[in-house]
Design a protein around this ligand. Structure first.
Ligand code: PMP
Length: 363
């Protein structure tokens, strides 16, 4: 249909996985293991579930369109002003709000090869031009990204850790990059997997906001907080940027259950710590398994790991699917020989490794 804008016509749709029930029916299986979307294998915090239950009687009302209580909790936890916070329907929505508020067809947007698939979508949807910078060792090449900045550049996306590679930039390197950006360029630091980073390696990115008014830090409740299904993301920025994001967002972009659950999840430190612990153990379990299978992987700071299966990732993915294990082929990220595997429970990780062993003997 030729009436779509040129940028939109060039887009390839983001393809989410099929619902598990549908796959189970198709494959005649009842015990599918899904390690494909970087979700929390422990599920949501019990405190979040209780908050949802307590909110159910209010569903005839509109939600709080300013998300006051969640913003207050975030402001307190991260020592920022409420005016610096924007809430989104998933952090994906924040990325989109940024594109809508700050980009026109005259602008260029810089992101890395193998970077998150939503960056080109939000860029091209508003007619701006994406500039893809070749990766260095599967991670961001910050020098090359800086060298690509020109007068037309309005925004740079950096995912740290990156999805699907899991690569992490050193904090000092990242800060130098942000400091070197000219003031007409916004830096969107996408920290969707922040909580999984080893505390020794975490960037103190929120503290950088004071010196860098062009910085936006985005985070989410979808990963470590186990609320992917509710769609809650947030950003920290200077209040001026938050004000513009607020002008373009839909008035009730976060639903009432999501707001209540996110606020409760934020207070459940124990659930978060259990999540991080099971992730660290599971990462080690998968890596040990890869080593036994003589496979190489990209060291990951997230809750997933990309492994080089040394043959078509799509073929291995299909074969694993037949065994009831869903992982993510990443050919669309220019990594045709890799599979991205989310860290699951110990039993799920074992199932995945066993299936991988059997499949690699065949494919
Ligand atoms: N950024 C990155 C790097 C991601 O991997 C994801 C989830 N796939 C998101 C943002 C968006 O997550 P959500 O919209 O669920 O917050």
């Amino acid at each position: 249909y030729s009436l779509a804008t040129p940028g939109v016509q060039r887009l390839v749709p983001y393809t989410p996985g099929k619902p598990i029930e549908e796959l189970e029916r198709e494959l005649g299986l009842s015990d599918i293991v899904k390690l494909a979307s970087n979700e929390n294998p422990l599920g949501p915090s019990p405190m979040a579930l209780a908050a949802i239950n307590a909110t159910l009687p209010d569903l005839a009302r509109y939600p709080d369109g300013n998300g006051f209580k969640l913003k207050r909790a975030l402001a307190e936890k991260f020592s920022v002003e409420m005016s610096q916070i924007t809430l989104g329907n998933g952090s994906n929505e924040i990325l989109e709000l940024l594109a809508r508020a700050f980009l026109t067809s005259t602008h260029e947007v810089i992101f890395s090869q193998h970077a998150f698939a939503v960056y080109p979508i939000v860029t091209q949807a508003v007619g701006a031009t994406g500039v893809v910078i070749p990766a260095r060792a599967y991670g961001h090449d910050l020098d090359a990204m800086l060298a690509a900045v020109n007068d037309k550049t309005r925004l740079v996306f950096i995912a740290n850790p990156n999805n699907p590679t899991g690569t992490l930039l050193a904090s000092d390197e990242l800060r130098r990059f942000i400091a070197a950006l000219p003031s007409h360029v916004l830096c969107v630091l996408d920290e969707a997997y922040y909580e999984f980073i080893d505390p020794k390696s975490r960037a103190d990115s929120i503290a950088w906001l004071v010196d860098h008014p062009n910085l936006i830090v985005t985070r989410t409740f979808s990963k470590a907080y186990g609320l992917a299904g509710l769609r809650v993301g947030y950003s920290f920025s200077n209040p001026g940027i938050a004000d513009f994001l607020n002008r373009v967002r839909q008035p009730f972009n976060n639903n009432m259950l999501a707001l209540a659950a996110a606020e409760a999840a934020l207070a459940d430190h124990e659930h978060l710590q259990r999540t991080i612990a099971i992730n660290n153990d599971g990462m080690q379990q998968l890596i040990d398994g890869f080593r036994q299978l003589e496979l190489e992987w990209i060291p990951s700071a997230g809750n997933f790991v990309s492994v080089d299966v040394k043959r078509s990732g799509e073929a291995v993915y299909q074969a694993l699917l037949q065994k009831g294990v869903i992982v993510r082929p990443v050919a669309n990220y220019e990594m045709p020989d890799y599979l991205r595997i989310s860290i699951g429970t110990p039993a799920e990780n074992s199932r995945c490794l066993e299936a991988l062993k059997a499949v690699l003997a065949d494919v």
